[in-house]
Design a protein around this ligand. Structure first.
Ligand SMILES: [Zn+2]
Length: 224
C-alpha cells in the first residue's frame, strides 16, 4: 500500500540527517495521497537510518492506523490537520534544525532579510507555543500558516515546512534553515537591512513560477 510514498518518507528522512536538519529521532515528515485520503508518516522514536518503508505508518483522516507495525510520529495530529485545512499541501516536513529552532526560542518571526525567505512567503511567521504532540500545537500551526505561508516557526520548538511534494517541503525546510542562520549571524552584528514590500512582491512573483515548475519536475522525480 502506497509503496512509492513510503519509500519517499524513508529517503527524505535519511536526507534530514545527512543535511544536518535534525539529529537522531528528532523531527518528522509525511506525504498525503489526496486521491486515497491517506497519509504516510515517519514512525515515532526511530532513528532515520534504521527505518525501512514497511516501518512508516499509513493513517486516514480519522487518525486510524491503516498499515504498519510501528507507532506513528507523536506529531501525527499536526500533519493531519494541515492536510485537512490546506488543500494545496501534499507533504509536511518538521525539523529541529539549530538556527531556526534558536529563533523559535526567541518567539520571533524572521523578516525578509534575504530573497530565499520567499520559500515561506513574505516572511517566516511564528506559531504560538503549545506542548509537542498536542491538538493545540496543530491548531496554532495551522492558524499561523493561514492560506498561503509554506512554513512557520513553532515557538520554543522548531521549524515546520509544507509543500505540494516532499521534495518541495524538504527544500523549503533546508532553505529556511539557511535564512535562519543568516539571521542569527546578522543579529549578532547588528540589525539586517530588510527587503521592502515592493521588492518582496517581485520575489514572490518569481517564486510562484519557480515552485510551479518544480511541481512538474516532481512528477518524474528520480531517486536521490
Ligand atoms: Zn518537534
Amino acid at each position: 500500500m502506497l509503496e512509492t510514498e513510503r519509500r519517499k518518507v524513508v529517503r527524505y528522512g535519511r536526507l534530514l540527517l545527512e543535511r544536518k536538519l535534525t539529529t537522531g529521532t528528532g523531527g518528522n515528515l509525511s506525504v498525503f495521497n489526496r486521491e486515497k485520503e491517506l497519509m504516510v508518516i515517519s514512525p515515532s522514536a526511530r532513528d532515520y537510518l534504521d527505518i525501512e518503508p514497511e516501518d512508516t505508518v499509513v493513517m486516514n483522516l480519522k487518525e486510524e492506523v491503516i498499515a504498519s507495525s510501528s507507532k506513528p510520529s507523536s506529531e501525527y495530529q499536526l500533519h493531519l490537520l494541515i492536510y485537512q485545512e490546506r488543500p494545496d499541501v501534499r507533504a509536511v516536513v518538521h525539523t529541529h534544525s539549530v538556527n531556526a529552532t534558536a529563533i523559535s526560542c526567541l518567539n520571533e518571526e524572521i523578516p525578509p532579510l534575504h530573497y530565499l525567505i520567499g520559500f515561506a512567503g513574505d516572511k517566516l511567521p511564528r506559531a504560538e507555543y503549545a506542548l509537542f504532540g498536542t491538538r493545540e500545537l496543530a491548531e496554532n500551526a495551522v492558524r499561523s500558516l493561514g492560506s498561503s505561508y509554506n512554513a512557520t516557526l513553532l515557538d520554543n520548538h522548531g521549524l515546520l515546512a509544507v509543500g505540494s511534494s516532499l521534495q518541495q517541503a524538504f527544500q523549503t525546510a533546508e532553505m529556511l534553515e539557511y535564512v535562519a542562520e543568516l539571521y542569527v549571524k546578522c543579529r549578532s552584528m547588528g540589525e539586517p537591512a530588510l527587503l521592502n514590500e515592493a521588492q518582496m512582491k517581485k520575489v514572490k512573483e518569481k517564486f510562484d513560477s519557480y515552485l510551479h515548475s518544480s511541481v512538474r519536475d516532481e512528477k518524474d522525480e528520480k531517486e536521490i
